[in-house]
Design a protein around this ligand. Structure first.
Ligand SMILES: [Zn+2]
Length: 168
């Protein structure tokens, strides 16, 4: 069975920064990547690179940042008044807000975002809302652990069911 639309694919892979070689993340045998091929939600170029592969096949390819998580935009770096992070008693939330922290936030429309704290002054917290992988060329190396046809229910739902998928 080969990887194509409406197949459930299980992969093990290592993701690294193509430029520096630094490892970004790696799946484990207990926690592989399991997904329904061809329904979106995966970087399109990632899917193109594994199309037609079968169990046991390996892969190694890189994807430029512009085709992955996009380029880093200066407009996504914003300064937020320190008062936003102060509780009723006037205490700054230093437990969660520190340089390098990844902080869940929401914008004016209630969208959930995550920002990385770049710097903190007496007045402002500077945060970067670019995707953590924006501007990074990605390198994927791995192997195909399983390929099976999706059930009709999985196709209807647009996601995988079972141990590594939605349990409902
Ligand atoms: Zn479902």
């Amino acid at each position: 069975m080969t990887i194509e639309s409406n197949m459930v694919v299980t992969l093990n892979y290592k993701l690294s920064n193509h430029t520096t070689g630094e490892k970004i993340e790696e799946t484990t045998p207990e926690n592989p990547m399991v997904f329904l091929y061809g329904v979106g939600g995966i970087i399109p170029e990632f899917e193109q690179n594994i199309q037609g592969k079968k169990v046991g096949d390996t892969f190694a390819f890189s994807i430029e940042s512009s085709n992955a998580y996009g380029v880093s935009s200066p407009e996504q770096i914003v300064k937020i008044p320190v008062s936003v992070f102060v509780d009723e008693s006037g205490k700054f939330n230093e437990e969660h807000i520190f340089v390098g922290a990844l902080v869940p936030m929401s914008d004016n429309e209630g969208n959930h975002l995550r920002g990385t704290v770049l710097s903190i002054t007496a007045e402002e917290v500077e945060m970067d809302f670019n995707h953590p992988l924006a501007g990074i060329d990605l390198k994927f190396e791995g192997s195909v652990a399983d390929v099976r046809p999706a059930t009709q229910e999985e196709i209807d739902h647009g996601h995988v069911h079972g141990p590594h998928g939605h349990q409902h």
